[in-house]
Design a protein around this ligand. Sequence first.
Ligand code: PGA
Length: 250
Amino acid sequence: MEKIPFIVGNWKMNKTGKEAVLFIENLKDQITNCKASVGIAIPFTFIKEAFKASENTKIIIGAQNMHFADKGAFTGEVSARMLEDIGAEFVILGHSERRALFSETDDLINKKLLKALEEDISPILCIGESEEEREKGKMEEVLKRQLEEGLKNVSEEDAKDIVIAYEPVWAIGTGKSATSEIAENAHVFIRKCLKEIFSFNISDKMYVLYGGSVKEENVEELLSKKNIDGALIGGASLNIESFSKIIKKF
Ligand code: PGA
């Protein structure tokens, strides 16, 4: 890790607006002296409340998904402009749960990513292989495809606003984190792909986070690796004690 660490909580479908505000008010007091940048990906319905609670703090607020169109007949969907309007500064795209449970394809994720960039919302593009793919030796093939397709038609200028999150599917919510060596290995490969897609200069500047059972006990070891610039944290970001302990390490 050579950059200022970026620690992002992914709350998934948890909490209420009231709980979010209390959480953020509590968290902000605890992390004032930390060096890390901190983000929380909030459910749509209380992004605005979370944004208000985070004003004048170092916490930035983001969303977990969006639609790629500007507006129109897409019942139940939320556009990038709507997110921007309520204070979201980033959006998680292509999380493995969305790929698996909501059939999101690389092509769809790419459309969302291009729209997010257009609306000045930084995308966090999630990529990662399943256990089966890893066992069959397909990790590199999967990561390369997800990066190439997901980042199609992105300019070098825009690339610096994109964060990549490497989240091996077998490590998400399982308590079975990748070892720091396994994670760093994947991050080196990701960096190489980014260099091919953009340039060395851009690939070096881009943030690549690790996600998958990150907790207080393993976060320092993971982030000590040269190519791991931060963490995307699910379970351990829901609890104020565990999330603040992670942030306070940096
Ligand atoms: P986890 O989730 O930290 O609970 O494994 C990570 C994620 O899904 O982003």
